[in-house]
Ligand binder design. Structure first.
Ligand SMILES: Nc1ncnc2c1ncn2[C@@H]1O[C@H](COP(=O)(O)OP(=O)(O)OP(=O)(O)O)[C@@H](O)[C@H]1O
Length: 229
């Protein structure tokens, strides 16, 4: 049986107000699939992701997530979609572990403490469990933000340049995490400039551009990044 798509975009025009930032986007992402969004700086990758997450309204066209028009207030949407964007977003007064436990409990994760300890380990920040975000390094803060996406239930993970500020080992581990995510049936949509991440996840990509936005096969996508896209 073919699973229904987790994300479907049809002639989707994204932008700010009525100003379009890139050519219309068409895509379909099913459970167990990942799709990278690639393009040069300012091409519109984050804008596409923000629209899929319901943080921006489409200029025109349509985007559906989990079978419905995107509405970030919708209960099923909030329960099923985990987004980690570029911006630092955490509660300054809480420690790393408290932050993650609060997130996990907020989403009703059973045995939240155990799940959080596992994710802290995976992201290599167990030793910083009792540290507040301001006292973390920028890469450690980035790991915390990513960890917050991984402690909660999700059918769709949306990540904006998750490689940013991560060291080489963590980038490699991240590729493994994204592969595990799709292997367990999750869908992953992520913007990236990282050729290695793209090669190691084996994702096809949506190349966003001014004149045309098009889907490209995994090898071609990594080659485009390697060539200096
Ligand atoms: N809040 C905003 N209001 C108006 N225009 C914006 C806003 N944010 C971004 N833009 C514009 O939209 C275009 C696309 O920006 P976007 O952040 O989506 O690019 P990107 O592909 O994610 O770039 P990068 O690789 O640098 O992260 C850019 O021209 C940018 O100046």
């Amino acid at each position: 049986m073919t699973h229904p798509a987790v994300v479907t975009a049809t002639s989707l025009v994204v932008g700010y107000g009525d100003v379009q930032v890139c050519a219309p986007v068409d895509l379909s992402l099913r459970p167990g699939q990942s799709l990278a969004v690639i393009g040069s700086n300012g091409s519109g990758k984050s804008t596409v992701l923000r629209t899929v997450l319901g943080l921006l309204a489409p200029v025109s066209g349509r985007v559906e997530v989990l079978g419905r028009a995107v509405d970030e207030r919708d209960r099923r949407f909030r329960a099923g979609v985990a987004g980690v964007l570029d911006a630092d977003a955490y509660f300054p007064g809480l420690t790393t572990r408290e932050h993650l436990v609060l997130t996990a409990r907020g989403f009703g994760v059973p045995e939240a403490g155990r799940v959080v300890d596992e994710v802290l380990e995976v992201f290599g920040i167990s030793h910083q469990s009792d540290t507040v975000p301001e006292a973390l390094s920028s890469g450690q803060r980035r790991r915390l933000l990513l960890a917050a996406g991984f402690v909660r239930p999700r059918e769709l993970l949306v990540l904006d340049e998750p490689e940013q500020r991560l060291d080489v080992r963590m980038r490699r581990d991240l590729a493994g995490l994204l592969r595990e995510e799709t292997a367990r049936g999750g869908a992953v949509l992520y913007a990236t400039h990282d050729e290695t991440l793209l090669r190691e996840t084996g994702s096809p990509a949506l190349l966003v551009g001014d004149d045309v936005s098009r889907l490209v096969a995994p090898g071609e996508a990594a080659d485009l990044l390697a060539a200096g896209l």
